[in-house]
Design a protein around this ligand. Structure first.
Ligand code: FES
Length: 274
């Protein structure tokens, strides 16, 4: 967390030691392409997830027990029969509230405060700065020490909730090994859900907070060999955190889209067993 400079006007590109350059940047390459693609990718996900979360249609395939992650856990009386394995402690919900409302704020909170996504949208949405060697348009910088950005420090708490959500998604993937006759079965939907949950775990475990949980505040790794081993694994995964962040956005959409197609009767599930 960076503290704001005492005199913001003299910081950043205005600092006395910086060269006085009138142009916003001297770069001649397509430096704007990466921030543009980032903002497009994030917008596609936000729009898709929002629409799907509110429509309340085609989110559950009863025959094979496919439940889209955007509606899991489904805890309301408004959920379609069979989709509420964890009960319905919440009564009917008005249409304005998504059925996955218990999990959506935490999922969004986890992603929005993620160190990688922060970098991505600070650059692509807030232009702070948009690219290396490109001056940002803002004259002041207040850092993450006051509202609203101080909320970013809640990321470590969202991490624990994300672990619970990953467990629920794992349960859903196991339930998807379900045949039409009620016994064991595997379909393309099962494989998609399993793939999605494995990648979600990889994204969650590669979190910087997880790295701190496993190896932080230790003076001597040699005295904590198990935590050191865990920290080493998490650190290896952590180097792929950006790729996992994007891949899991894609797998969430693919999983939901496939469940939607099967649940709406647009396609039949490709069955491998039963
Ligand atoms: Fe990205 Fe924690 S840093 S999920």
């Amino acid at each position: 967390m960076s503290a704001p400079p005492k005199n913001p006007e003299s910081a950043g590109v205005g600092a006395p030691t910086r060269a006085r350059i009138a142009e916003r940047t001297l770069r001649t390459d397509r430096w704007w392409l990466a921030p543009l693609l980032t903002v497009l990718g994030l917008s596609v996900f936000v729009v898709y997830a929002s629409v799907r979360s509110w429509v309340r249609t085609a989110y559950f395939v009863e025959d094979y027990h496919y439940l889209t992650p955007f509606y899991s856990p489904c805890l309301s009386d408004s959920c379609v029969p069979g989709s509420s394995d964890f009960g319905t402690p919440i009564g009917e919900l008005p249409m304005i509230i998504p059925l996955g409302f218990l999990v959506l704020p935490f999922l969004l909170g986890f992603r929005l405060t993620c160190y990688y996504y922060r970098k991505a949208y600070y650059r692509s949405v807030w232009f702070s700065p948009p690219a290396c060697a490109v001056a940002e348009p803002h004259r002041t910088y207040t850092g993450e020490t006051r509202l609203p950005l101080i909320v970013q420090n809640a990321h470590r708490y969202f991490f624990y909730v994300a672990l619970v959500v990953s467990l629920i998604n794992t349960y859903d993937a196991i339930r998807a090994f379900h045949g039409a006759d009620g016994g064991f079965g595997i379909g393309l939907g099962t494989l998609i859900m399993v793939c999605n949950v494995i990648l979600l775990w990889a994204y969650t475990v590669s979190c910087h907070s997880c790295r701190h949980v496993t190896g932080g505040r230790l003076t001597h790794f040699s005295k904590h060999p198990i935590r050191y081993r865990l920290w080493t694994w998490v650190s290896t995964l952590n180097t792929r955190h950006m790729q996992l962040a994007w891949t899991t956005l894609a797998t969430l959409i693919v999983t939901d889209f496939y469940v939607m197609l099967v649940a709406s009767g647009t396609i039949s599930d490709l069955r491998l067993i039963n």
